[in-house]
Design a binder for this molecule. Structure first.
Ligand code: IPM
Ligand code: MG
Length: 369
């Protein structure tokens, strides 16, 4: 298998965690005999500094011409005062839109060995295994009109939450298809007691559900969902929700895992998939070698699964992550009370890459029997 992968390290801890993910992909390529070509481009604050744009044309063209995009994180405090469309984050939003990736998959899994890192009691978090399917190209993030105007001498800011039936349908199908391969339950999250967009969302999701009779559908208001997520996370299999709700709920779901640094994501639906950890650029810890690369590495596993169709390789990376966690290696964010030992970002990356070789060997031996 040959894959052209555009690597966008981005800002803050983006470069250090992405390098570990690339290292793991190289290990996978070597072991399984694939050819992965990596091309680095700039995005976010790094791109603004060099090209005066958060998504330069050279970056976008490279992404559009590749099989998959692996991204670190965007965002830097020096640009905080800029209007939304000039900020580093605008680069990411434009990229998602240009790639047409309307479905954002964010798995949140509780790993037993680091359960002490979660503020949730182990008996609540343990066994939780949730897939959040976040609509990625609609809602308040992209709705028009938007902007700042003035009214009677006061500034007024406007954003628009807008959804069409086809927009809801296509992401709902991704959620139902995913659920049918898991525990066959979709919880659709909205605010249908207040918002018209949510009423349309609920009707549309209910209609799509009829095509998936093997999957159970329930609906929750977003405020209630926020509560259930941390009081009873095991009640969820797949959560399907609109853009902003999904943004908020996925950070909350990270608490189940113990750290935002653990969460991976896959943005799919367009021609080129985009894979990035859920965490941000964390400028406060950038460059210290303490950032958690597990989310970035797990995103590389999703790249193998969704852009490469390499299920075995994806599972190998996921198993390698587990084995490094089981062996006790931790970054500071997941070390609380877990009885492990601290390792740097690069050490973790190297350990996972080595574990990939071991896991692949074991799996191979097992299949050969
Ligand atoms: C995320 C991030 C982004 C988002 C930001 C960086 C634009 O928070 O991927 O969850 O809001 O989608
Ligand atoms: Mg977010």
């Amino acid at each position: 298998m040959q894959l052209k992968i555009t690597v966008l390290e981005g800002d803050g801890i983006g470069p250090e965690v992405t390098r570990q993910a690339v290292g793991v992909l190289r290990a996978v390529a070597g072991i399984y005999g694939h050819r992965f070509e990596f091309a680095e481009r700039l995005i976010g604050g790094a791109a603004i500094r060099q090209h005066d744009s958060p998504l330069p044309t050279v970056t976008l063209d490279a992404c559009l011409a590749s099989d998959a995009v692996l991204l670190g994180a965007v965002g830097a405090p020096e640009f905080d005062a800029l209007p939304a469309h000039q900020r580093p984050e605008a680069g990411l939003l434009l990229l998602r839109q240009a790639l047409g990736d309307y479905a954002n998959l964010r798995p949140a899994v509780a790993y037993d060995v680091i359960s002490a890192a979660s503020p949730l009691r182990p008996e609540i978090a343990q066994g939780a295994d949730i897939l959040i399917v976040r609509e990625l190209l609609g809602g308040l993030y992209f709705g028009e009109p938007r902007g700042v105007t003035s009214d009677n001498g006061h500034s007024v800011a406007v954003n628009t939450m807008r959804y069409s039936v086809p927009q809801v349908e296509r992401v709902a199908r991704v959620a139902f298809a995913a659920a049918s391969k898991r525990r066959r339950k979709v919880t659709s999250v909205d605010k249908a007691n207040v918002l018209e967009t949510s009423q349309l969302w609920r009707q549309t999701v209910s209609r799509v559900a009829r095509d998936y009779p093997e999957v159970t559908l329930d609906h929750l208001y977003v405020d209630a969902c926020a509560m259930h997520l941390i009081t009873n996370p095991r009640r969820f299999d797949v959560i399907l929700t609109e853009n902003l709700f999904g943004d908020i709920l996925s950070d909350e779901a990270a608490v189940i895992t113990g750290s935002l640094g653990m969460l991976a994501s896959a943005s799919i639906g367009g021609d080129v998939g985009l894979f990035e950890p859920v965490h941000g650029s964390a400028p406060d810890i950038a460059g210290r070698g303490t950032a958690n690369p597990f989310g970035a590495i797990a995103s590389a596993a999703l790249l193998l699964r969704y852009s490469g169709g390499l299920e075995q390789e994806a599972e190998t990376v996921e198993e390698a992550i587990r084995s490094v966690l089981n062996a006790g290696y931790r970054t500071p964010d997941i070390n609380a009370g877990s009885g492990g030992f601290l390792a740097s970002t690069a050490e973790i990356g190297k350990l996972v890459a080595e574990a990939v070789a071991e896991v692949a060997d074991t799996r191979h031996a097992y299949h050969a029997v």
